[in-house]
Design a protein around this ligand. Structure first.
Ligand SMILES: Nc1ncnc2c1ncn2[C@@H]1O[C@H](COP(=O)(O)OP(=O)(O)OP(=O)(O)O)[C@@H](O)[C@H]1O
Ligand SMILES: [Mg+2]
Length: 251
């Protein structure tokens, strides 16, 4: 049984068929890579699933429930969280505060919050635990704007993870970091995802990362799904080889 299913999902921007009748699935407990050249429709697909804007057609089912017209908050409550292609952090707050704020907003407590100092102990304990899971506990008191780029990317994933999702969408978690920093980021992210028994759908351009870390790969091209299979199947897929693999690393 699938965790998430899209049926004939459509989003057009004028003449651009950004997402064109896409049937996309994410299974329980899998790490899925979503690949495709620039403009293929990857971010738009995630925007539709996370509720940032409505589709022009089709359906989104999450845990067998139709969430096509659900609000962003409703989808977060259902268990869908995402990070953004550009990190989405409060740079003037500490790493710990960034996580704590997310936990507060998840629990609808922000209205009662006069200042972060008035937050209750359980929130700080949970925030610290999230940082620990991501290996960032030593950075808890540092400003989010002051940690290294690799740590910022991890902190951004940790913020999405603090929403307690069943499905975590990550839009290019290793973009903008050195090749050396990519493996530790992916090791951490995939070990959290696997140990917590959740699923992740990761948009990624670096094919070494894609082949090393994913159980399944979905390749998009011009708004449609070009291929869907295991890393071995995708490696051998002629359409993917000619359309994507030659160009993907150029990003
Ligand atoms: N809000 C928008 N308004 C108009 N056109 C858009 C909008 N968002 C995306 N597009 C267009 O839709 C197409 C798909 O874009 P999308 O951002 O989904 O691609 P992508 O696969 O994420 O690419 P990249 O790898 O560069 O991030 C592109 O042609 C893009 O220009
Ligand atoms: Mg994108």
């Amino acid at each position: 049984m699938s965790l998430l299913v899209t049926k004939e999902l459509v989003k057009y921007f004028g003449d651009t068929h950004a997402v064109d009748h896409v049937n996309f699935t994410v299974k329980h407990r899998e790490v899925l890579a979503l690949i495709g050249s620039n403009g293929a429709g990857k971010t738009t697909l995630v925007n539709l699933i996370s509720g940032l804007f409505p589709p022009d057609g089709g359906q989104i089912l999450f845990r067998d429930r139709d969430v096509t017209h659900e609000s962003v908050h409703g989808r977060i409550e259902a268990g869908i969280a995402r990070s953004f292609q550009l990190v989405n952090l409060f740079d003037q707050l500490s790493a710990l505060d960034n996580i704590a704020l997310t936990i507060f907003s998840r629990d609808h407590k922000t209205k009662k919050l006069v200042s972060l100092a008035s937050a209750d102990g359980a929130v700080w304990d949970e925030a610290y635990e999230v940082l620990r899971l991501f290996g960032l506990d030593a950075k808890a008191r540092m400003l989010a704007g002051g940690v290294s780029q690799g740590e910022r990317k991890l902190l951004d994933v940790a913020v999405a993870y603090a929403l307690k999702p069943k499905l975590l969408f990550l839009d290019e978690p290793t973009s903008g970091v050195s090749t050396r920093e990519k493996a530790p980021i992916m090791d951490t992210v995939t070990s959290v995802v696997r140990s917590m028994g959740i699923s992740a759908a990761i948009i990624e351009h670096d094919m070494d990362v894609v082949f090393n870390y994913s159980d399944r790969i979905v390749a998009m091209h011009q708004g449609t799904i070009l291929a869907d299979g295991t890393p071995d199947e995708i490696r051998r897929n002629e359409a993917v080889r000619t359309t994507l693999i030659g160009t993907a690393d150029a990003h």
